[in-house]
Ligand binder design. Structure first.
Ligand code: PMP
Length: 366
């Protein structure tokens, strides 16, 4: 294979519950998984019901163009359905953007401590991956602007960011987008958008109408509770979605996923419950971390980055100590944050179990 493919470091995903149970000799039903920023409420019941109706139709291919789902999105955002591209999760959207817009050797810019798939998407098309040093664990927007050169084609920016949970306020973000030259496409990854507190919410779709070089990426994996079904979408002007749709695999979002997404997008009640549960769980984790004297990065997502020691082995060590107690979190050494772990916000009892296990891991008491 090409050298640039062999150079790729594999993506590290959260470990499955069954695997951890087997390795540590634990009861599977007692394991708490706070490792992949999943919705602790699980899938909305409305989506389950919608999928059951599709069961007898699975001998047929999915609707390649996602007519019904795009119709729902079109109504939600008050845009024609030509402004959407569907993805097999939003990871697919990120990759489609790289494949559709970047030639080998051209530049892809993103921030240090930002989502791992940006580097992967750049590397898999043989692009030059340009990582801009973070500022206070978040995006240095001026630094990112300065990193843009004539051969840059793409900027990836997550708002809120994973794994740090940082957030760029709307005014600074739009000022940045306005300054990005027109030969560069900004992919604004809003995977955690639905968790934003009311006072921080902003309308990136209004910017999509204004800026032909902006792609907004969204997912059904987080607040909508459908991570296992793999549904994401891009919002951009039709000239852009036309390009993205040429690269998109024709049946990349399956029949069950489309039906579930339609139901979940209509289920505003579930979305509100998810956001409220997340806000309460975040306060619970903050209080627990403060009690343990641990530094954390204030988060705008459904997870919190917390520093569990001063030495380079701290994150990995605490991760294993938590695994032994049946709590799965995400060590982030691969992000260059070896002193930290990322804890997804769970149900109140899951957060409590995680804090108790953390106390045990750090002090030998709980
Ligand atoms: N973007 C960000 C910032 C994420 O954290 C994630 C999930 N880890 C994704 C995109 C991809 O999620 P999915 O493919 O499930 O939509």
């Amino acid at each position: 294979g090409p050298e640039y493919v062999r150079a790729i470091a594999p993506y590290i995903a959260g470990r499955p519950i069954s695997e951890v149970a087997r390795e540590y000799g634990l009861d599977e039903s007692k394991i708490v998984k706070l490792a992949s920023n999943e919705n602790p409420l699980g899938m909305p019941p409305s989506a389950r019901a919608a999928m059951l109706k599709e069961l007898d139709d699975l001998g047929r291919y999915p609707d390649s163009n996602g007519f019904v789902l795009k119709g729902v999105l079109a109504r939600k955002f008050d845009l024609p359905d030509t402004w959407f591209t569907l993805g097999n999760g939003s990871n697919d959207i990120l990759e489609i953007c790289a494949h559709a817009l970047v030639e080998p050797g051209q530049g892809v810019v993103y921030a240090q401590y930002s989502f791992a798939v940006y580097a992967l998407a750049a590397q898999e098309v043989g692009a030059r991956a340009v990582e801009v040093p973070a500022q206070a664990y978040g995006h240095d927007l001026d630094g990112m602007l300065q990193a843009i050169t004539p051969d840059t084609r793409l900027v990836f920016l997550a708002n809120p960011n994973n794994p740090t949970g940082t957030f760029v306020p709307a005014a600074a973000l739009e000022a940045f987008i306005a300054k990005v030259p027109s030969h560069v496409v900004v992919v604004l990854d809003e995977a955690y958008n639905e968790y934003l507190p009311v006072e921080d919410q902003y309308d990136a779709i209004a910017w999509v109408r204004k800026y032909p070089n902006l792609v907004v990426s969204r997912t059904l994996s987080k607040a909508y509770g459908l991570a296992g079904l793999r549904i994401g979408y891009a919002v951009a002007q039709p000239a852009m979605t036309d390009l993205l749709n040429r690269i998109r695999q024709p049946f990349n979002v399956n029949t069950m996923a489309q039906a579930a997404a339609v139901a979940a997008i209509g289920d505003t009640d579930f979305l509100q419950r998810s956001a409220a549960l997340n806000a309460a769980g975040k306060a619970q984790l903050y209080a627990g971390f403060e009690r343990l004297g641990l530094e954390y990065v204030p988060s705008y997502g459904n997870f919190v980055l917390v520093r569990v020691g001063e030495d380079e082995g701290a994150g990995a060590r605490v991760n294993v100590a938590l695994l032994k107690q049946g709590v799965i979190v995400r060590p982030v050494g691969n992000y260059g944050l070896p002193q930290w772990i990322r804890v997804s916000i769970g149900l109140p009892e899951e957060n409590a179990a995680c804090l108790a296990a953390l106390e045990q891991a750090l002090t030998g008491q709980s």
